[in-house]
Design a protein. Structure first.
Length: 895
């Protein structure tokens, strides 16, 4: 009986599956789903920490903003050189993104060459490493016959953690993997690269973008699959990036849209967050690495370390007599003798590869030893894919939460030797991710052509932005003035919350619907002239009668009472003329100055603008002032039902023809815009944009030139309406005069002869800009216009004057375009639309009479708000008709 027992015990010992003992030995590396969920939740918490300004400094996972704001859209184009440093190979490439080929058309051609990096450079000085990089680049350009004279735009994939103040800057936070180069930490890698390129010489290269390999991978895959919003590397190192909502990234200003965040998840656990998952083998790998204590997660996952983990496990097991009968070879004791490629190979091809690899290490493995060592490899690489799955699940969960979705359809772009060469790795990873996130539809796409394609796409976007900025150059004429051109100021200005655009509510809730009927009076003050108008809305057509009255300067700048008495007198004359003096007509009053309205028929003048400066009006209700003047006159009566800004009047009048008209713009004596805002966005019902005031708080400082300063100082409202003073008819001529004066003083114009005429404010009216800039005008005619103005010059002088006029009016149109773009894009975003189709009603002499203003305005809006289709509709009858319409709408509501 005992013998039977002994024999069966002996057999059971003999037959014990060698994988079992490995399982027992590596118990801590075999992660169950609950543990993965736990790790995933810890990583989610780390991500939050890294994004928030308060906890960022202490966060192990850095969550670095990349300035990449969108995945490719297929419009990228150009030819680029690319550098790819930080993976297992250093490569130089040529990437051609073909025009109009777009997404899914495979429009990218690539040629590449790998340059070995000598071992000593991995741990040498930064200057030496970058010299090697730039010499390789030069070699590549020569080999490909790429002309040294031509400027080559360059994209740089640099696969280390960097902070990016901009797309073309990368401050290295720390080295990792197999690099530890002196003198670069905390510095800009692009600067180093540029300097090295200068040292190497004979190359003209423009470094446009530096990107992490994860970002480049996301972009590469995003070119073929627009759902690709995550980039993942499982190679020498490991890391992931994804598209985060801008509002969650404290380190970047702005709330709208998304930005790609490089998580640098390799550092997960550096603060102890994974302490209960770390084994002695992990500790040993860490201790022997170039960066002990750093990149904890990476060292459990990536190709640089998997072979080493297997070696340490096998060594330990051998030492404990669990393998090779307790025999240990010198090779097995040597760091690096088992590579990650070995790990992959051992899991393939039965046990043949395992046996060969072990024999190569001067070991004599039994078949069971081979099974056991193969199983060690499986457990180590399985743990790796499980950990990556946990990290990825955290990222996908976050994206899903950000977007408030239950399910999510998303693509993950993946690259790296482990993922690409390990036979079972991808399958295992995909399976676990899908098991842990059953509601998400996750597609994994291998980045077939490497990260340089994606880096080139980022560079293409950077290049497009630069060229757009160039196109939208707001200060063309800065040639004459040595001041830098910083258009960003405008965008920032328009976006900045502290800026002085008053958003005044207009109490106009609806655009007209065509059912308006009846006879209305419209009064229109604030443009070039005062107008009185009778509007008769009938079923079939609308009839208009009007009369124009000029307002003498002394009235514009006299007392309020005089001004309103004058208006009453004009209205009286008009009613006389129309034979309507005895009817109490409902009236709409277009008053083209900033008013704080508390209702549709009351409005306090905030401040006079343009040429007006009548006393005792600011802070007063202008409707009451008009009513009182009418009472004083005691000859007629009016029922003033609506007070309307000209922009609102213009919008209403155009909306009568086209219901898509939801923006009104004036480019005339003054400059202003209004739009239909979502009521929920209006705090205290503040609305109707008064953008003329933008810049009052110096937020246009970068754009304002000395000429603008002169114009402002000599205006009736210095320091006010700064934007208007750069963009509207009342001031453009004056800006031109200031430039001409300066050029003449410098001896560049009119033979340096400063005449009294040139010194006279206001002589150069904006209408002259319109005439001089006309394409049909010969230089001699320009010269004769100048002569009429008392400015006697040569034809060369005329060329310069024409250029100055062009630059000033172009800047005005571009600035209005930038503002308009901001407004229409805001409307689009508020409505959550991919594209917006909208009509803008426009009026004003500058828009209507200047030969190029309208075109430049339109082009600028096109460039700066590419997702909006904007139709400009010139208002036919002026804003008076709109005011009458509003009066009609109000009247009908009351009935
Ligand atoms: C490549 C990228 O495709 O993948 C590299 O171009 C990146 O920049 C690499 O680092 C990751 O893989 P590995 O295995 O080479 O480190
Ligand atoms: C008119 C409006 O159509 O356009 C005015 O009725 C407005 O109220 C004007 O001010 C703007 O043009 P300008 O060039 O006369 O200032
Ligand atoms: C390392 C780097 C990281 C890179 C990754 C993959 O983790 O820190 O920037 O993305 O390796 O190459
Ligand atoms: C001025 C006024 C504004 C008006 C604009 C256009 O900017 O302040 O109310 O809309 O001129 O006339």
């Amino acid at each position: 009986m005992l013998a039977v027992h002994l024999i069966s015990f002996f057999f059971s010992k003999l037959k014990e599956d060698p994988t079992k003992k490995v399982d027992r030995f590596l118990h801590a590396m075999r992660l169950q789903d609950e543990q993965l969920v736990d790790i995933s939740n810890r990583f989610l918490a780390e991500m939050k920490k890294g994004l928030s300004a308060e906890s960022l400094a202490a966060a192990a996972v850095k969550m670095l903003p990349t300035h990449v704001r969108s995945t490719p859209d297929g419009s990228e184009k150009g030819q680029f050189v690319a550098l790819d440093l930080g993976g297992s190979k250093f490569k130089v490439l040529r990437v051609k993104v073909r025009e109009d080929e777009g997404i899914n058309k495979g429009g990218v051609e690539m040629e590449e060459k790998t340059y070995p990096i000598p071992k000593e450079l991995h741990e040498g000085r930064a200057v030496e490493l970058f010299d090697h990089v730039s010499e390789s680049l030069k070699d590549f350009l020569l080999e490909k016959n790429m002309s040294p004279e031509k400027k080559h735009p360059l994209a740089f994939t640099f696969s280390f953690p960097c902070e990016h103040p901009g797309l073309d800057q990368g401050l290295l936070l720390s080295w990792c993997k197999n690099y530890k180069v002196r003198g670069l930490q905390g510095k800009d890698v692009v600067q180093f690269l540029r300097q090295a390129i200068d040292r190497t010489g004979d190359m003209d290269v423009d470094v446009l973008a530096v990107v992490n390999d994860t970002v480049a991978t996301m972009m590469t895959c995003g070119f073929d699959d627009q759902c690709c919003e995550v980039g993942l590397i499982i190679g020498t190192g490991t890391n992931a990036c994804y598209m985060e909502e801008l509002r969650h990234i404290d380190m970047v200003q702005g709330d709208e849209g998304r930005m790609c965040v490089n998580t640098e998840w390799g550092a997960f656990g550096d603060d102890g967050a994974l302490h209960d998952f770390i084994t002695d083998f992990d500790r040993d790998v860490d201790a022997a690495s170039l960066n002990p204590g750093k990149q904890t997660f990476e060292k459990m996952v990536s190709g640089m370390y998997l072979g080493e983990l297997v070696r340490l496990v096998v060594l330990k097991m051998a030492k404990l007599g669990l393998l090779f009968d307790g025999h240990v070879s010198d090779a097995l004791r040597t760091k690096g003798k088992i590579t990650t490629a070995d790990v992959a190979a051992m899991e393939e091809n039965g046990l043949k590869n395992t046996k060969e690899i072990l024999t190569h290490l001067h070991l004599t493995p039994s078949p069971d030893d081979c099974v056991a060592v193969q199983h060690v490899s499986t457990i180590v690489s399985f743990r790796s894919s499980n950990l990556v799955a946990a990290g990825l699940v955290a990222i996908l969960t976050r994206i899903r939460q950000n977007r408030n979705l239950r399910g999510l359809r998303i693509t993950v772009g993946v690259d790296g030797t482990v993922y690409k060469t390990h036979p079972q790795y991808p399958k295992r990873l995909h399976k676990v991710v899908r098991r842990l996130l059953p509601d998400c539809h996750v597609r994994f796409v291998l980045s077939e052509c490497g990260s340089s394609k994606g880096a080139a796409l980022v560079a293409a976007v950077a290049q497009r932005l630069t060229s757009q900025r160039r196109k939208v150059r707001l200060l063309d004429f800065i040639r004459f003035r040595c001041q830098e051109n910083r258009e960003e100021g405008l965008e920032a200005g328009l976006k900045s919350k502290g800026c002085t655009i008053k958003m005044l509510p207009s109490f106009v809730y609806h655009t007209p619907d065509g059912t308006e009927r009846g006879k209305y009076l419209a009064l229109d003050l604030g443009g070039t002239n005062f107008r009185a108008m009778l509007v008769r809305f009938k079923r079939q057509k609308t009839r208009l009668y009007h009369k124009i009255y000029t307002i003498p300067l002394e009235i514009m700048q006299g007392t309020g009472e005089e001004l309103f008495d004058h208006l009453a007198q004009c209205v009286c004359d008009f009613l006389d003329y129309m034979g309507l003096k005895n009817v109490r007509l409902p009236a709409g009053f277009t008053f083209s100055f900033p008013c704080q309205q508390s209702d549709i028929d009351t409005g306090t003048l905030v401040s006079w603008t343009k040429g007006f400066k009548a006393t005792d009006c600011e802070g007063e209700d202008v409707v009451s002032m008009l009513r009182e003047a009418i009472k004083r006159r005691n000859e007629f009566d009016l029922d003033i039902v609506a007070l309307v800004n000209d922009t609102v009047g213009t919008m209403m009048s155009c909306a009568y023809e086209d219901p898509k008209c939801e923006v009104g713009m004036i480019a005339g004596t003054g400059s202003n815009l209004c739009y239909m805002e979502e009521l929920r966005n209006i705090e205290k019902l503040e609305q109707s944009n008064k953008w003329g005031g933008l810049g009052n708080d110096r937020c246009l400082e970068d754009i304002i030139t000395l000429y603008d300063v002169e114009v402002d100082i000599h205006s009736v409202n210095p320091g006010k309406q700064r934007f208007e003073k750069l963009t509207s008819g009342m001031y453009l001529g004056e800006i031109v005069r200031q430039v001409l004066l300066d050029l003449t003083r410098r001896g560049l114009l009119f033979k340096g002869h400063v005449t009294e005429t040139l010194k006279t404010p206001g002589i150069f009216e904006t209408k002259y800009l319109s005439q001089i800039e006309s394409d049909h005008l010969a230089l001699l005619q320009v010269r004769s216009i100048l002569q009429q103005l008392g400015l006697h010059g040569t034809c060369d002088d005329s060329i310069i004057v024409k250029e100055v006029c062009g630059a000033v009016s172009r800047r005005a149109a571009q600035m209005c375009g930038a503002g308009m773009a901001a407004v229409v894009d805001k409307i689009r975003e508020d409505r959550g639309l991919e594209r917006l189709s909208i009509t803008v009603g426009v009026d004003g002499a500058l828009y209507k009479l200047h030969p190029h203003f309208s075109q430049v305005l339109k082009e600028t809006v096109g460039v700066m708000a590419p997702q909006c289709d904007v139709t400009f509709m010139p208002s036919e009858e002026g804003s008076g008709k709109g005011a009458a319409l509003i009066a009609a709408v109000v009247r009908q509501k009351l009935r």
